[in-house]
Ligand binder design. Structure first.
Ligand SMILES: Cc1ncc(COP(=O)(O)O)c(C=O)c1O
Length: 388
């Protein structure tokens, strides 16, 4: 059929299709499958946030079209959070806009920045929309490999000059999905200088800002001197407050980029539900002990899983952030064949690293978002049943 656009036809095939087919077939015969595939928090949104939503939803004023720019309450809450959490001064009038989750923003910012033949430098492995977003916008995504020997940072000096000459933007994010890597050196300062030198808009995806362990506190890219001159950050409430289903986040940073993004967005959607803007403000302004409890829970799960994987011969290292474990597959396996093996032998779903880009080949990702008892069961099955 030729009725679909080239942009839709050019989207890569869905890499989990084969896994989903197998899972459906197994489940149909009554097999109990444990999914460590998708990273979707299994515990509920904190009660005080649900309560704030409940109150706001009964106010008819929230039932009308919201403003795309966001309510003053929401924008001030984001600015207040950035000030308290990162010591970053943000102008709530010009440097913040609400997002319907970071995902739409990753796709839409490409439409605001790229012309045909422009390049987006996309962290590889990376969140898949870092490469499909540029494609949808008619541009080209050039993979920038995250190097294990550099702590899963890209080697900025190694980027192909011809790609760099056409590049308008770069996507990176730490704490990182899928590798769990965090930034502990001057990478952000080098990124600011790099953005300046090559006239790039730096997009830092801060979806896991507050999910960190062992006393590590993740910085915002915007803490780096000069960062606001070259880029923006996407902040998401999804993981910090177990709000993946609510669709709430914010773009924060360079006012020209924020403005261009806003001009685009007013033509794409009609803003974030006003009641949700209020609930999000309550999440950001309110007590943060639920975030600390979440981190403790994920750290506990990480500490269950890492030794079990090591016992079956996987060189898993405990990450300091994110909700994922990233481990090299055993010799003789691809990421896909090992994910298949674990599903076939242990009835446990893990994500093949190649789903996150070519540099993800040779790895698998385990998500920590299942209850402890299920994770323990997954660990037991992997240890007892997986034969390499
Ligand atoms: C790196 C990264 N960015 C963005 C997102 C999407 O976040 P949101 O739920 O705010 O759309 C995810 C979700 O898993 C992610 O891992």
């Amino acid at each position: 059929m030729s009725r679909f656009s080239q942009r839709v036809e050019s989207l890569p095939p869905y890499l989990f299709a084969e896994i989903e087919r197998k899972v459906a077939a197994k489940r149909a015969t009554g097999v109990d499958i444990i999914s460590l595939g998708i990273g979707d928090p299994d515990t509920p949104t904190p009660a005080h946030i649900v309560e704030a939503m409940n109150e706001a939803i009964h106010d008819p004023k929230t039932h009308q079209y919201p403003t795309n720019k966001g309510t003053a309450e929401f924008r001030q809450a984001v600015a207040g959070y950035y000030e308290r959490r990162f010591g970053v001064d943000v102008d709530p009038e010009t440097e913040v806009i609400p997002l319907l989750g970071a995902k739409e923003a990753i796709a839409h910012i490409c439409l605001a920045l790229l012309n045909e033949s422009d390049v987006c430098l996309s962290a590889d492995p990376g969140y898949p929309v870092y490469t499909t977003g540029p494609l949808i916008a008619g541009g080209t995504a050039v993979h920038v490999p995250l190097r294990p020997e550099l702590g899963f940072q890209p080697d900025l000096e190694a980027i192909e000059p011809s790609a760099l000459a056409r590049a308008k933007m770069i996507f990176v994010g730490y704490p990182n999905n899928p590798t769990g890597a965090v930034i502990e050196d001057d990478f952000f300062a080098r990124l600011v200088a790099f953005g300046r030198e090559h006239d790039l808009v730096v997009i830092h995806d801060n979806a896991y800002a507050d999910i960190t362990f062992d006393g590590y506190v993740a910085p915002s890219f915007l803490e780096t001197p000069g960062a606001k001159d070259v880029g923006v950050e996407f902040f998401s409430l999804s993981k910090s407050y177990n709000m993946t289903g609510w669709r709430a986040g914010a773009i924060v940073g360079n006012r020209d980029v924020v403005d261009a993004f806003w001009r685009l967005k007013t033509n794409m959607d009609s803003g974030m539900f006003a009641a949700l803007q209020h609930a999000s403000a309550v999440a950001l302004n309110g007590p943060q002990d639920s975030v600390r409890a979440l981190c403790a829970m994920y750290a506990h799960r990480r500490d269950l899983l890492v030794p079990a994987l090591q016992r079956i011969g996987l060189q898993a290292r405990p990450p300091k952030g994110s909700i994922y474990l990233w481990a090299p597959v055993p010799a003789g396996h691809t990421s896909g064949s090992f994910a298949d093996l674990v599903l076939d032998q242990a009835d446990v779903i893990v994500s093949p690293g190649a789903a996150y880009g070519p540099s993800g080949e040779g790895y698998v990702r385990f998500s920590l978002t299942v209850p402890d008892a299920r994770l323990e069961e997954a660990v037991r099955r992997i240890e007892e049943r997986v034969r390499l």
